[in-house]
Design a protein around this ligand. Structure first.
Ligand SMILES: [Zn+2]
Length: 423
């Protein structure tokens, strides 16, 4: 197959500083080399050249945590007559449960299909997507997105959970998409009884599945895990008719609760990680979990701010997720990045933020070496973005981090194919 040399004003390899007059040499669906146009022209005699002009060529965004089947949530909210905004985290969960209850399979399927397309439109090349509505799984077939589909498990009924795990086991033989693999999502420590948490994590280990769990998200969760009391016991358990006595107060933090007994394992993905102290962070690092930050969701639900600088100092690997459109305004990691850059206090460089939004997510989803960086041997997966008035090279990373809605994704190549939807 003939090789192609893609060029643009700037190239961001992510694992190296930006290159002005950058180029990417692609052959057989793989990156042969990235570097300057002059260098690469020397080694690519006869290659077809495609110039993207005054633009930035860089890896696709990775959305490490989302629920694409809930992408129509804002419309559903309107049509179900839910007019009152939730007052707190637990009210928000209760509202989500009420809205979900009125939906049928075709609505989830349409919502998921739209979410997959919207992800591509915003330059996302890989997702860590939570799937609750298992019969909707075939919607992923045909999507060029990379990543993981985490089959969600929750509840307090051992029989129901056992049946669900059996169903999931029958689905594992067929990957959800050509570049999508299975994972498992025990929902959260407050929606599964302790014995079911053990059952679900044991299944994950048996099946060699990565687990992705909402963890240390809110103060209500921390209070419940520690003492078995608070708004989760009073409101959620009452509404779901669960017995708080099946979850004896653990006396420890959510992170300790899951790491202490070896439930969370190396390479598992912890979502949110807001309510943590130094010893939790050290435990996350020791366990070898990845963390997916969802700052816009955390701000919308007013649950607090993850200690990003402390995580980085401890060497914890971070990624970004939008969470669902039930708590965030868009599925764009570009928007999430711009929010994160301004919302988190502390000295984190724009280069680090761009790494978190791309390679960080790729690592969290087990895709390192395939996407997330423009390096020799990786798949030919990249996006091309324009900004109004691209700045000088030493300011381009900062400009990209801050751009948010003014980023225009003009091309998204996944495995050497431009997959950006036309509309
Ligand atoms: Zn979530």
């Amino acid at each position: 197959m003939a090789s192609t040399l893609y060029t643009a004003r700037y190239l961001l390899p992510i694992t190296a500083p930006p290159i002005e007059g950058g180029a990417l040499l692609v052959d057989g669906g793989r990156i042969l080399a990235s570097g300057s146009r002059a260098e690469l022209r020397n080694i690519s005699q006869g290659a077809k050249e495609v110039d993207f002009g005054d633009a930035v060529l860089m890896p696709p965004m990775v959305n490490a945590h989302t629920h694409l089947e809930l992408s129509s949530f804002p419309d559903w909210l309107n049509t179900t007559g839910e007019v009152e905004a939730p007052r707190d985290f637990v009210d928000w969960i209760l509202q989500l449960i009420r809205v979900r209850r009125n939906l049928d399979l075709s609505q989830f399927r349409d919502s998921l299909a739209w979410g997959l397309k919207e992800s591509l439109r915003s330059g996302t090349g890989a997702v860590g997507d939570i799937l609750t509505t298992l019969p909707g799984v075939d919607v992923y077939q045909g999507s060029p997105l990379y990543g993981k589909v985490y089959a969600e498990v929750l509840g307090h009924d051992k029989g129901v959970v056992s049946d669900r795990l059996e169903t999931i086991e029958t689905m594992l033989g067929r990957p959800p998409g050509k570049a999508l693999n299975w994972g498992l999502s025990p929902h959260a420590p407050y929606t599964l009884s302790s014995s079911i948490i053990d059952q679900v994590f044991a299944f994950s280990a048996e099946q060699s599945l990565q687990s992705s769990i909402h963890l240390a998200e809110s103060a209500e969760e921390s209070a419940f895990v520690r003492s078995g009391q608070g708004a989760i016991a009073d409101k959620l358990y009452t509404a779901a008719q669960w017995d708080p006595a099946t979850d004896p107060a653990s006396g420890c933090s959510p992170v300790e609760f899951l790491c202490r007994a070896g439930r969370l394992r190396r390479n598992d993905l912890m979502v949110h990680g807001v309510q943590v102290d130094d010893s939790d962070i050290a435990l996350v690092k020791r366990t070898g979990c990845y963390v997916a930050l969802c700052p816009r969701s955390n701000a919308a639900l007013d649950v607090g701010r993850a200690p990003v600088v402390d995580y980085l100092k401890a060497g914890v690997q971070l990624s970004l997720g939008t969470d669902s459109l039930a708590s965030a305004p868009s599925l764009s990691i570009w928007h999430e990045l711009a929010f994160a850059r301004s919302w988190f206090a502390g000295d984190v460089s724009p280069r680090k933020w761009l790494e978190i939004a791309t390679l960080g997510g790729a690592r969290a989803l087990g895709l390192q070496g395939r996407i997330g960086q423009l390096a020799s041997g990786s798949d030919a997966s990249f996006q091309v973005v324009g900004l109004t008035g691209l700045p000088a090279i030493d300011e381009v990373e900062e400009a990209l981090c801050a751009a948010g809605e003014s980023v225009a994704v003009s091309h998204l190549y996944l495995a050497a194919q431009n997959v950006l939807p036309e509309s």
